[in-house]
Design a protein around this ligand. Structure first.
Ligand code: SF4
Length: 348
């Protein structure tokens, strides 16, 4: 794995992004921002699964104004997503947002961007320049590849902000196409010092969207690129946060709750291993300890294959063996598999 690119750090509320800080997991609400209670409730649900930064859309003045009240009901920093109308950004700043996201594809006029940057600077609020392949500025050069057009649009907007002596900048260049996204991030990472928010945009339904995001985000992280991640899924945003941590855990970049190791089962398996692993997975959802738990389908290979698990069960016919770090603890009856495993998890 490549060494992490060291970026300039910025502060969004009490969260540090870049400069070698742990990679931040973020998400975006899908409630109507004007519906303050629903939005607060959804953000609180996300806080429960350790979402560290939340973004809300502000499509009109009422939504931008609602930020003040939403902020009072939540504990994590809040970024406001602005398209088309720079005055919404000013209203969101006025209402106390911790960060802004602007899309250069629909707000790029220097005077408007300048007005927002000056107001953000007064309050020490960072701005993410969020370029999307689907909404590139009209001035983009069609001779260039999509990735190059994204990079050009980003550099132009950065120059605009730097000319105003504004450097609380974060960057994203997202596409649905994974190779385009990777190409764009690799290119920009060499050209600028600012922290990068990475993700694959409109990645789809959870089953395919998580894979698409894991391939894109995972590849970039493996290259040392990325300071904060958002998995975008057509699902409850809780799924995005869970997937985000799973990607980081897969690369050993963050620890977060348990890891479940379970074998695919085979002709040696004599229990309903899929149901058992699903049940253990459900029970582990509320466990916060960074432990490795194994559910294996046979006693012959199970304990050895999962010997680095902190606790595991290897299932035989009607009975199974509980093991810790590859060492056998005791034999348990099939009806007690889940309970015995969870008791050991609590003891760890
Ligand atoms: S651990 Fe045992 S049951 Fe599971 S796949 Fe391997 S050999 Fe088959």
């Amino acid at each position: 794995m490549n060494q992490r690119r060291i970026s300039k750090s910025i502060q969004i509320g009490n969260i540090t992004i870049g400069g070698g800080a742990p990679i931040v997991v973020q998400s975006m609400t899908n409630t109507d921002t004007r519906d303050v209670m629903s939005t607060i409730n959804q953000i609180r649900e996300l806080e429960e699964v350790d979402c560290e930064l939340i973004r809300v859309a502000a499509p009109d003045m009422e939504a931008a104004g609602a930020i003040r009240e939403i902020k009072r009901g939540i504990s994590i920093p809040l970024v406001v997503d602005i398209h088309f109308d720079y005055r919404l950004a000013l209203a969101a700043l006025e209402a106390g947002c911790d960060g802004l996201r602007l899309n250069p594809g629909n707000i790029s006029e220097p005077d408007k961007v300048g007005t927002v940057a000056r107001a953000a600077k007064e309050r020490g609020v960072p701005i993410r320049i969020g370029v999307n392949a689907g909404s590139l500025p009209k001035t983009a050069d069609p001779q260039l590849s999509v990735a190059e057009q994204m990079v050009e649009a980003t550099l132009e907007q950065i120059k605009l902000l730097e000319d105003l002596d504004f450097d609380l900048i974060k960057i994203s260049l997202k596409a649905f196409d994974v190779p385009t996204t990777i190409k764009a991030y690799r290119s920009i990472a060499e050209k600028i010092p600012y922290p990068l928010h990475i993700g694959i945009t409109e990645a789809g339904l959870p089953r395919t969207g998580v894979i698409r995001s894991a391939v894109g985000i995972g590849t970039l992280l493996y290259m040392g690129i990325g300071d904060t991640i958002r998995v975008s899924l057509t699902a409850h945003p809780r799924e995005e946060v869970i997937a985000g941590y799973e990607i980081l855990k897969s690369l050993d970049l963050r620890q977060h709750g348990p890891v479940l190791v379970s074998c695919p089962s085979c002709g040696r398996t004599e229990v309903d291993l899929i149901s058992l692993a699903e049940e253990v997975g459900r029970r582990l959802e509320t466990v916060k300890k960074p432990i490795k738990v194994a559910v294996m389908g046979c006693v012959v290979n199970g304990p050895g294959e999962a010997k680095d698990a902190d606790i595991g069960i290897a299932c035989g016919k009607g009975r199974g063996v509980l093991f810790r770090k590859g060492e056998q603890l005791r034999t348990v009856k099939e009806k007690d598999f889940v309970q015995a495993l969870m008791t050991e998890v609590e003891r760890l």
